[in-house]
Design a protein around this ligand. Sequence first.
Ligand code: NAD
Ligand code: TYD
Length: 348
Amino acid sequence: MKKSILITGGAGFIGSHVVRLFVNRYPDYRIINLDCLTYAGNLENLSDIEGKTNYVFSKVDINDSTQLEQVFNDFQVTDVIHLAAESHVDRSITDPLSFVKTNVVGTVNLLNAAKNYWKDLSQHLFYHVSTDEVYGSLDNGGFFTESTPYDPQSPYSASKAASDHFVRAYANTYGLRTVLSNCSNNYGPNQFPEKLIPLCIHNIKEEKPLPVYGKGENVRDWLYVEDHARAIDLLFHQGETGNTYNIGGFNEWKNIDIVRLVCEIMDQKLGRTAGESAKLITFVKDRAGHDLRYAIDAKKINEELGWKPLQTFETGIEKTIHWYLDNEAWLQRVTSGDYLKYYQEHYG
Ligand code: NAD
Ligand code: TYD
């Protein structure tokens, strides 16, 4: 094996796309998917690559330093791509501590495991996957660049910002080789239906209300998940040590416009009368501390490494809706049990 790469959070939404890309594209790398399978982790996301000889799954919590050490030893880990995290802003508002535990303490545990196991730190890479939310909230002008000062506003973004700082501190203090990326909102297959787009797809199917926070005027910059996975692949191989790269689609949408678009496509796909699904739109109480706008300037990764998204929003959203309609059983399974409890508590 040329490399033995530990990908954390590989059973989650973005992680599963990253794991699949690496397993299929690099048969001479061993890919270890390390995930403790929280509500957001689902091995079903990777059923197509389960039998591959260069793929192994390890059910471990990044907060368990003994087991982490064991995994580094057992699989002679050469590099890390770290995606495991608590990822949902609304959950961070009701339970900030679990975000501190996984996103901050868990990341430091992983950094320690890597630093202690690797003899020559210059020979290995710790790639940390983060979010544009660490930069705070924009008003209607400007973009986040790699030099925008950190100004996290939610418990989620505060915990991710802290984890980014720890990764940079390990590079500075111990000489760990790191690359970081901060990406905008992802959408696509396998996203847990607590996030806006899959939540709307699911609720339209079930003819349930589509909860739009506040007036729906908040803006997000959306990127198709496979384009994010391709960017991670590129940065893992060609990113400059110690550097940070912003990843985004130059694709800003107001929430209400996204919800209306999803309604329109769903009406066509489900053979409903035009305008039928939009009747489900329900304006609800705004999210506490709701960031107004995120927008990424992705010039650096484009100009230095030639990355750009392959999907337009039109093709990406079409593929996404198609996937959810084709994978009804997946959606059924993830929206039973604990999901119903969360939904009831959050939306009443
Ligand atoms: P997700 O919630 O879908 O998946 C997270 C995964 O991490 C799950 O498989 C879960 O089981 C695992 N996990 C959670 N806690 C763990 C722990 N203590 N130990 C081991 N595994 C654990 O998240 P996602 O949307 O796929 O996000 C992945 C990463 O990308 C996160 O670091 C997130 O901050 C970042 N990110 C997400 C977005 C987005 O739009 N979703 C955008 C930019 C960056
Ligand atoms: P989300 O998918 O939770 O991602 P993030 O908070 O990380 O950007 O939310 C995207 C946007 O949609 C955000 O502005 C909040 C809004 N939103 C709603 O209006 N209603 C909902 O039910 C959810 C989950 C989100």
